[in-house]
Write a protein that binds this ligand. Structure first.
Ligand SMILES: *Cc1c(COP(=O)(O)O)cnc(C)c1O
Length: 371
C-alpha cells in the first residue's frame, strides 16, 4: 500500500462537512416540533421535489425499492402478470416485481448505452405483460422514445427507475417524468441522499398519487378506515427535513460531478478504457463514472494497490443471481449484459472530489496500460 492518502469511491462525510450546520438545524427543528411521522417536513419536501421536476405529484415512501413496489401495487400488478426490466439493473428493480407476485421478464441491454435495448422489448411482450421499467443506470438519461411508443401501442404502463438519476434530463425534461410513474431512491450515496433509507414516487396522474399515499400508510384512507391492504412505507420525517436542505444543493453537486466526468474523459482519452459519453441533448448526472476495459479485474487490483477505491455496478446480472435461479435463465441468455458485467468499473465520483484526486486516478489508470 502506498503512502498517499486513499481516494474513496464515494465520500458521504465530505458532503456533511460542507453543509453540516444546515442539516443539524433541520433535524433539530423536526425534533423540537415532535412531528416524527409524515407531517409538514414530508409534505413540503414532496411539494418541492415535484416542483423541481416540474410534475404534479410526489409521494414520499420508505425506500427506492418500495417506490417501485408501491407503483406496481397502485397499477394493480401482481400474480399472473409480467413486467419487463433490463437484465443489467440493480437487483431492486427485479425484487420490486417479484415482491408483488409478478414475474420479472428480463431484456438485454444496449452495449453502448447500458440501457434496456428497446428493439428487443416487443419480442418479450406476452398477453400477461402489464408494464415495463426502464432504468436510467449510472445517472445516464435513457433515450426512451422508442420504448414509450411501444408501451403506448401495446398498452403497457411505464414505471421509470430513476433511483440513480436525480436531476438527469433528456431534451429538457427530467428523468422520472416521462412514464406513468417515476421512482427515486434517497439511499445515502445517491446523488440526493438521506442519512438512512428513503424514496419517492412522482406522477402526473392524481389518482395514482392518491393510491400510493393510501398504500404507503397501511392502506388507510381516513383514520381507521383501511380501504386496501397497504404497507408501512412512509418517507421518514427526519430524512425529509434533511432532503429539503440537500435538494437546494442538488444542481450544484450534479454540476461538480459533470466537471469531474469531463476531466476524466479528457485525461483518459488516450488510454485503453472506454468511457461513458453524455449524448447530445441529455444531462447525465454521473451517479457513477463507469469505464470499460477487458482486463477489468487487473485494473481494479492495480487501482486498489495505489489506494484508489473502485466499484462494479453490477458484477452479476440478475438472471445469474441465486435468488433468481427459478427464472431458469442460463449464462449466455443475455450476452451484452453478461459481457458488460465483466468489463465495467466505476471510478471514484462524488461532488467533493478535487482536481488533484481526479488527476491521480486518471494517471494511475494510464500507468496500468503503459506497464
Ligand atoms: C438504489 C437503487 C434502487 C433501490 O433503492 P433503495 O432506496 O436502496 O431501496 C433501485 N434501483 C436502482 C437502479 C438503484 O440504483
Amino acid at each position: 500500500m502506498s503512502a498517499v492518502p486513499a481516494i474513496p469511491l464515494v465520500d458521504v462525510a465530505a458532503q456533511y462537512r460542507a453543509i453540516g450546520p444546515q442539516i443539524a438545524a433541520a433535524i433539530e427543528d423536526v425534533l423540537k416540533k415532535g412531528e416524527a411521522i409524515l407531517g409538514p417536513a414530508v409534505s413540503h419536501f414532496e411539494d418541492e421535489f415535484a416542483a423541481y421536476l416540474g410534475i404534479a405529484h410526489a409521494v414520499g415512501v420508505g425506500s427506492g425499492l418500495d417506490a417501485l413496489r408501491l407503483s406496481l401495487m397502485a397499477l394493480d400488478i401482481g400474480s399472473g402478470h409480467e413486467v419487463i426490466i433490463p437484465a443489467n439493473t440493480y437487483i431492486a428493480t427485479a425484487l420490486a416485481v417479484s415482491s408483488v407476485g409478478a414475474k420479472p421478464v428480463l431484456v438485454d441491454c444496449h452495449s453502448e448505452t447500458a440501457a434496456i435495448d428497446a428493439s428487443q422489448i416487443e419480442a418479450a411482450i406476452t398477453p400477461r405483460t402489464k408494464a415495463v421499467i426502464p432504468v436510467h443506470l449510472y445517472g445516464r438519461p435513457m433515450d426512451q422514445r422508442e420504448l414509450l411508443c411501444i408501451a403506448q401501442r401495446r398498452s403497457l404502463a411505464v414505471i421509470e427507475d430513476a433511483a440513480q438519476a436525480h436531476g438527469a434530463s433528456f431534451n429538457g425534461r427530467f428523468c422520472g417524468t416521462f412514464g406513468d410513474l417515476g421512482c427515486f431512491s434517497f439511499y445515502p450515496s445517491k446523488n440526493l441522499g438521506a442519512y438512512g433509507d428513503g424514496g419517492m414516487v412522482v406522477t402526473s396522474h392524481g389518482h395514482l398519487a392518491e393510491r400510493i399515499r393510501i398504500l404507503r400508510n397501511y392502506g388507510q384512507q381516513a383514520k381507521n378506515v383501511h380501504t386496501v391492504q397497504g404497507l408501512n412505507s412512509r418517507l421518514d420525517t427526519v430524512q425529509a427535513a434533511v432532503l429539503r436542505v440537500k435538494l437546494r444543493h442538488l444542481d450544484r453537486w450534479n454540476q461538480q460531478r459533470a466537471v469531474h466526468a469531463a476531466r476524466y474523459r479528457e485525461l483518459l482519452s488516450s488510454s485503453c478504457v472506454g468511457v461513458d459519453q453524455s449524448p447530445p441533448g441529455t444531462t447525465h448526472v454521473y451517479h457513477l463514472f463507469v469505464v470499460r476495459c477487458s482486463n477489468r479485474d487487473r485494473l481494479q487490483a492495480h487501482l486498489k494497490h495505489h489506494g484508489i477505491e473502485t466499484g462494479i455496478h453490477y458484477p452479476c446480472p440478475i438472471h445469474l443471481q441465486p435468488a433468481y435461479a427459478s427464472l431458469a435463465l442460463s449464462r449466455g441468455t443475455f450476452p451484452v449484459a453478461e459481457r458488460l458485467s465483466s468489463e465495467i468499473l466505476s471510478l471514484p465520483m462524488y461532488p467533493e472530489l478535487t482536481e488533484d484526486q481526479v488527476q491521480r486516478v486518471a494517471r494511475t489508470v494510464q500507468a496500468f496500460f503503459q506497464s
